[in-house]
Structures are given as structure tokens and as C-alpha cells.
Design a protein around this ligand. Sequence first.
Ligand SMILES: C[S@@+](CC[C@H](N)C(=O)[O-])C[C@H]1O[C@@H](n2cnc3c(N)ncnc32)[C@H](O)[C@@H]1O
Length: 237
Amino acid sequence: MSRLLDPMHRRLLDLLGVPPGAHALEVGCGNGSVSAWLADRVGSGGRVVGVDLDLSLTPGVTGVEFRQADILAGPIAPAAYDLVTCRAVLHHVSDPAAAVANLLGSARRGAAVLVIEPDFLPVSVTGPATVRQFWQGWLAWSRDRGIDYFLGRRLPQLLSAAGLVDVGATAETALYNGGSPWAAYWQQTIRQLRSSLLDSGRLRSEHIDGFLACCKDPGWWTQTIAFTAVYGRTPDS
Ligand SMILES: C[S@@+](CC[C@H](N)C(=O)[O-])C[C@H]1O[C@@H](n2cnc3c(N)ncnc32)[C@H](O)[C@@H]1O
């Protein structure tokens, strides 16, 4: 995931500005690759804190202060950071509005905030029909688990309502073909989840196998996720 998404995340962070000496926070940092990049940008005069429920992927990452914490439990440190970012986390939490309040509560006045979440709108127009059926089953399976793969479209409103100002938002969608890194990502993900998907009764083998066959075909092009990025600043006063 980080190989596929870090270039977009870094580009958007650069547009917002990551000044040397800044104190930055990444929530749901996963393997810490974005936190490590931020640490390089803020330099020795700055500070980067990477937070996740599960820090098992971060050993070996240097220059970042990793903390195990739940963003639903409260701000990581009240009004402490000049930059707060979070990617592909809020669609997993039970109360995204509370998580957003805690993200903004961790930011200083006038801090930059960037949140990126998925919206699976593009799968509604993908083909062939067996792939659309695969995604319908996938989305039903994820809804059963409390995952909101349509959070992207609600994100600007959520952040504005929480007090973010100068809000801007974009969504970008990778179009990829069979044999590409995105196809490999889905093949690997589905290998890991196959039994859960089938046991749920939401998907049948032929839908999964139809999608996996497309993922091997270089002539098949598709799109899956509109990654919705919302950015802005906390009020100055
Ligand atoms: C889909 S992964 C995304 C990881 C990384 N941000 C990326 O985009 O590559 C979601 C991450 O959010 C973390 N996470 C989920 N709920 C969380 C919570 N309530 N507080 C902090 N981290 C959370 C998970 O442990 C996981 O590492």
C-alpha cells in the first residue's frame, strides 16, 4: 500500500508545506514510511510522531517517535502539532467524526491538516459484469465489518464541520491493468481474505476467480478507488 500511495501523499504534503523544524503527527502510520519521509523533511530541528494501534511494522524505522494509541481515545497531545496527517484510517473506525475531532484537537492553531480516505465509487462502473459482482460482494462484506468504503465523499463536510478552514479537496483514481502493481496488491489482498470473503456468504468463488483472472490480463484496464484528499488549516485564533 505504501509503495502505491506514498507518492500521492508526499506530493500533497509538499503542496501544503512541511517546513524544517516543524512538529508533525501521522495517525494510523502503518509501516511508518510517510512518518519517516516527514522526519527527513522536518530535519533535526523538528519532530515527528507516528501513531497506530499496531506498531508491529515500524521496527527499523528511524527518526520517528512511534506511539501506540487509539485516535478515538482523545487527541494524541492537545494542540501540539504544526502538521497532522492521516491516510486510509478513518474508514476503519467506528466514529469518524470523533476521530476527526481528535486529529484537529492534536493540531496547533494555524496548523496544516491533510486527511486521505477511499471512496469506492469507481467500482460501480467497472467491467466486466463478474468484476462488478465481485465488488458488490466485497462492499457488502466490508459493510458487515463496519468498514465505510464510501467515506471519501463525506470527508470535506466532516472536516469543515469540525472547524477546519481554507478547506480544499481532490480525489484521484489510479487506472491500472492486469499484471500491474495495483493488480498485484488486489491479488495479494484477496489471497489473504479469500476464506473470510467466502465464509461471509457475500461472495462466491466464481466472482473471486473472475476478478483474479482479470488481474492477470494485461489487456484488462480498470479503476477501483477514488482517494479523496481533504486539506486545510486549523483556525489561527
Ligand atoms: C489500511 S491501514 C493504512 C496504513 C497507512 N496509513 C497507509 O495508508 O499505508 C490502516 C491503519 O490504521 C490503523 N488504525 C485503525 N484504527 C485506528 C485507530 N482507532 N487509531 C489509530 N490507528 C488506527 C491500523 O492499525 C492500520 O495500521
